[in-house]
Design a protein around this ligand. Sequence first.
Ligand code: GTQ
Length: 356
Amino acid sequence: MDTIASPATLDTLAQRRRYYERIKALNLTPLWEELHALVPREPASPCVPALWRYADIKPHLMESAELITAQEAVRRVLILENPGMPGRSCITQSLYAGLQLIMPGEVAPSHRHVQSALRFIVDGKGAYTTVGGERTTMFPGDFIITPSWAWHDHGNEGLHGDSEPVVWLDGLDIPLVRFFDAGFAENDAAASQSVARPEGHSHARFGHNMVPVRHTHTSPTSPIFSYPYARSREALAALQKAEAPDEWLGWKLRYVNPLTGGAPMPTMATCLQLLPKSFKGKSHRATDGAVYSVVEGRGTAEIAGQRFAFQPQDTFVVPSWAGLRLEADDETVLFSFSDRPVQDAIGIHREQFLDN
Ligand code: GTQ
């Protein structure tokens, strides 16, 4: 039996077009014209590889402080918009990223929203964020989270009377929440929420591989909301002395919710990795597109065959299923985040470690 479809004649094609026009009035559209795009053989993301050089961005970010205060802007952020998806305020289909600036003496007023947020400190120190009544002071390389629906405000009073502009990378699940049309937000009555507990309280309770005995945690988000760089970096340095680097990833650790061992937030996974000097990694790809922030070192990210030279404070994005090969000229530390917990929850995550 002949199973190969014979090509439609021009007459049939014209008939089909007229038919499509008629059913359009009933809000109907034929699957067979869309099937390949709707159910692709493999991911075909509109997200493209891109790198944002901090040296190029910083002057513009500083200029924004002359145009608008953090108070008026609510959050003074330059969105890192994927060039493949202009106008959509996202860096991948599921993730939002931006660089937020807070000048000495400023306050970004307290609000809360359904969207979960992460902060990765890129430049400057001594700003703080208050999350649910507890403050944490920011230092470069710190990873800080704001759980869904937690009140949060940011400020910059400096350290020991010495304050400087502070910039961090914001990562939010804004596109995911928009996809579900499940977003709510409210402003707090006061610009700065009152501080209810001393700094370090959460860390004392949950940050030492111990947890309070009489505690029942109901949130899907980690009770630790600051993961200081000093500690994460120390772990990587100890690994470097103790074991050989992975051929694809170097030494790569993921941040965990100490109560579950899972990701710190239900929608975003975060990692910190160390690449030795002169590392030439093998290529890998995964269905979770990822955003990288360079903490230390210079090197090259080869993404889907395109080469991007990076240096400290740069941000780059790896689209879903794009091959990534990392090369390091110096000893290099990279922070990254992705939507992997969501893909794991629905059982669709795939990754490949390629032999080249
Ligand atoms: O700090 O609360 O980059 O609400 C975008 C939305 C930061 C924040 C962003 C936000 C925030």
